[in-house]
Design a protein around this ligand. Sequence first.
Ligand SMILES: Nc1nc2c(c(=O)[nH]1)N[C@H]1C(S)=C(S)[C@@H](COP(=O)(O)O)O[C@H]1N2
Ligand SMILES: [Mo]
Length: 223
Amino acid sequence: MAQDEDVPLTGKVKDKLVEAKQGWAREGRLLTGTTADPRTDRLPPGQRLVQDFPVLDLGVQPDVTPANWRLRIEGLVMAPVRLTLDEFRALPQEERVNDIHCVTQWSRYDNAWRGVPVRALLEMARPKEEARFVALTSYDGYTTNLALDDFARDENLFAHSWAGSPLERQHGGPVRLVVPHLYFWKSPKWVTRVELLREDRPGFWEVRGYHNRGDPWMEERYG
Ligand SMILES: Nc1nc2c(c(=O)[nH]1)N[C@H]1C(S)=C(S)[C@@H](COP(=O)(O)O)O[C@H]1N2
Ligand SMILES: [Mo]
C-alpha cells in the first residue's frame, strides 16, 4: 500500500465510499469512450458542469492548525525545503484561475486560487537530475503521485485561498495543491510532503484502479 510512514491514515476512513469508487474503476463506469481537445473543448468528455463546489475526500478532514502546518520538499533535491505557514505566506504570491474536473464527472469553471507556484518551490529545492516523479502526502494520510513534468507546470499552485477567501478546511485548508490539467484527485488537500523520486510510486487511488496520470481530455479515469 502506498502509505506514508510519518502520516498514517487518520480517523475513520469511509470504507464503503472507497469500495464503491474502486468498484467503478474495475467496471470502467462513467467511461464514454471519447476524447476531446483542450484547445477547442472546454468541457472534457463525460463531464457535466456544476455551479456549487462539491466536497470529496476519504471522510477525514484533518484539523491542521496554522502553528502545526509544515510543507516539506525532500527526496532527490539539492536543498530540502521545510516551511512553516508564516514562511510560506512570506513567499511571493500569485493568482491562477482555472477549471476543476473531478473523475466523478463534475466540472467547475473559473476557480480563482491564490498561493505559491510549484515552480517557485522547485527552484528553492533544486531537484536532482535523476528526479522524475513526485509522491505527495497529506495530513489525512492521502497520497497521490505525479510525473515531475506534470507537477512542475506553470499553472500549478500550492493554494491557500479560493475565490478571495482563505481555503476552507473542507477544501483542504490551510494549503492544498492545485494541478488543473489533471483530474482533481491529483490535487491533494491538506498537503504536507512532496518527495522527489527516481521511480514512480502510485498513491491511494492509483493503487485502487484509477489511472496513473488522469488526463480528463483523454478520459484517463481508470488505469
Ligand atoms: N488529502 C486529500 N486530498 C484529496 C482527497 C482526499 O481524500 N484527501 N480527495 C481527492 C479527490 S478524489 C477529489 S475529487 C478532490 C476534491 O476536492 P474538493 O473536496 O475540494 O472538491 O480532492 C482530492 N484531494
Ligand atoms: Mo475525486
